[in-house]
Ligand binder design. Structure first.
Ligand code: NAP
Length: 329
C-alpha cells in the first residue's frame, strides 16, 4: 500500500486488508505475480496529483497474473482455477488478491509462467495500441522504436516485426547483444552513434522517451509520417478524446505548441497515446505469445516483501525488460 507520496523505501508498506469481493462484472484473481510500470513510481512520487489525488493508504500496481478464484454473477467467460492475466483498471495488482473487470482479463499464455506473464499486460497493450490503433503500422513500413531494452520497447519491437515492419531501435552498449535477439533489423548503441544521422525517411516513430527526444524524432521522419508518443506532450486531439476540461486543454496545447507547430510544418501526424485496458487485445497478444512471435523479457523478480526494492530498481530507469513481484516466494 502507498502510505504517502515519496520514494519507494519510505512510502510503501505491507498491510492486511479484506479480500475484495468481485462486482457482477468482475473476477477475483489470486495473484501469482504482478509487475511494476513507470506509472507506479510517477503516482508514488506525486507527479499525477493534479489529475489523480490519492487517498492513503492506497493500493498499487496495474499488472497481474494469477488464478481466477471467484466470478461476479454476470461473468461467464472464465472458470475457477483458470490462469489469467490483466491490466486492471483500478490500482491494486501488488496484493494477494485483486478484482478485475472481466472485459479486461485474458487467458494467460500457456507457454509462459506467471512471472513472465505479469510483465505483459500494460506494456504489451501500450505497444499494440500505439503501433496498430494509432500509428496504423503497415507491412513493409519503417518504424523507429527507441529504448528497445525497456518494458514497452522490448515488446513493441517484436509486435512490429511480426507485422512485417522494418524496425530500428536504440539501447546502450551493455544491452546491444540481447536486444538483437528480439529481432529488430537495426540496433543502434546510443552511447556511440547518433540515430538521427543513421536513420532517415521513417514512416513511424514510436517515442518511448519524451522530453527532447520527441522533437528529435522529426529529423528522421518522412513527409507525411506519424509520430506517436507515450512519454511526451499531450496533443489537443487526444486531450479532447480524454475528456479533459478546456482550461487543462489550453494549458496542454500551450506546452505542446512547438511540437504541434513542427508537426504541421512537416505534414506529420503527432499523437500522444494513453493506453487503455483491453481484454480482447490482450487475448490477441496471448495468441502471439503462444505462437512464439512475442516473448516477454524479465529483468528481475522480487518477492512480495521486497516490492519497494522492485519499484526502486524501476525508478532508476535501467531495467532490461520488466520488473516482477512474485507472490509465490
Ligand atoms: N502513455 C502510456 O499509456 C504509457 C504506457 C506505458 C509506458 N509509458 C511511459 O513510457 C516510458 C517507457 O516505459 P517503459 O516501461 O518502457 O520504461 P522502462 O522499462 O523503465 O525503460 C527503461 C529502459 O529505457 C532505456 N533508456 C533510457 N534512456 C534511453 C535513451 N536515451 N535511449 C535509449 N534507451 C534508453 C534503458 O536502456 P539503457 O539502460 O540501455 O539506457 C532501459 O532499458 C515511461 O516514461 C512510461 O511512463 C506510457
Amino acid at each position: 500500500m502507498i502510505t504517502k507520496y515519496g520514494a519507494p523505501s519510505e512510502s510503501l508498506s505491507q498491510q492486511d486488508v479484506d479480500i475484495p469481493i468481485p462486482k457482477d462484472d468482475e473476477v477475483l484473481i489470486k495473484t501469482k505475480a504482478a509487475s511494476f510500470n513507470p506509472i507506479d513510481y510517477k503516482i508514488l512520487r506525486g507527479d499525477l496529483k493534479m489529475v489523480m489525488k490519492l487517498k492513503f493508504p492506497s493500493p498499487i500496481g496495474f499488472d497481474v497474473s494469477g488464478e481466477v478464484v471467484e466470478m461476479g454473477k454476470d461473468t461467464d467467460a472464465f472458470e475457477k482455477g483458470e490462469a489469467v492475466y490483466s491490466r486492471i483498471s483500478k490500482m491494486g495488482a501488488v496484493a494477494e488478491y485483486v478484482t478485475a473487470k472481466a472485459e479486461n482479463v485474458a487467458k494467460k499464455p500457456s507457454n509462459i509462467n506467471h512471472r513472465q506473464a505479469a510483465g505483459i499486460p500494460l506494456a504489451g497493450l501500450t505497444a499494440y495500441q500505439v503501433l496498430f490503433d494509432v500509428a496504423q503500422l503497415q507491412h513493409g513500413e519503417y518504424v523507429f522504436i527507441p529504448a528497445g531494452s525497456g518494458g514497452v520497447g522490448s515488446l513493441a519491437i517484436q509486435l512490429a516485426r511480426r507485422a512485417g515492419a522494418y524496425v530500428a531501435t536504440t539501447t546502450s552498449s551493455v544491452n546491444v547483444d540481447w536486444v538483437k535477439t528480439l529481432g529488430p533489423n537495426q540496433v543502434i548503441d546510443y552511447t556511440r552513434d547518433e540515430y538521427t544521422i543513421l536513420l532517415k525517411d521513417y514512416d513511424v516513430v514510436f517515442d518511448t522517451l519524451g522530453r527532447e527526444h520527441t522533437m528529435e524524432a522529426f529529423k528522421i521522419l518522412k513527409d507525411g509520417g506519424r509520430l506517436v508518443t507515450i512519454a511526451g506532450e499531450i496533443d489537443n486531439h487526444t486531450a479532447k478524446e480524454l475528456g479533459l476540461n478546456q482550461i487543462i486543454r489550453w494549458f496542454l496545447s500551450f506546452k505542446a505548441r512547438k511540437i504541434t507547430r513542427k508537426a504541421r510544418s512537416k505534414n506529420i501526424m503527432y499523437r500522444y497515446k494513453l493506453m487503455a485496458p483491453n481484454g480482447d487485445q490482450l487475448t490477441e497478444i496471448t495468441r502471439l505469445v503462444e505462437e512464439g512471435h512475442v516473448s516477454p523479457v524479465v529483468d528481475s523478480v522480487f518477492p512480495f516483501d521486497k516490492a519497494h526494492e522492485a519499484l526502486q530498481r524501476l525508478t532508476e530507469g535501467r531495467a532490461k525488460g520488466k520488473i516482477i513481484v512474485s507472490m509465490e516466494e
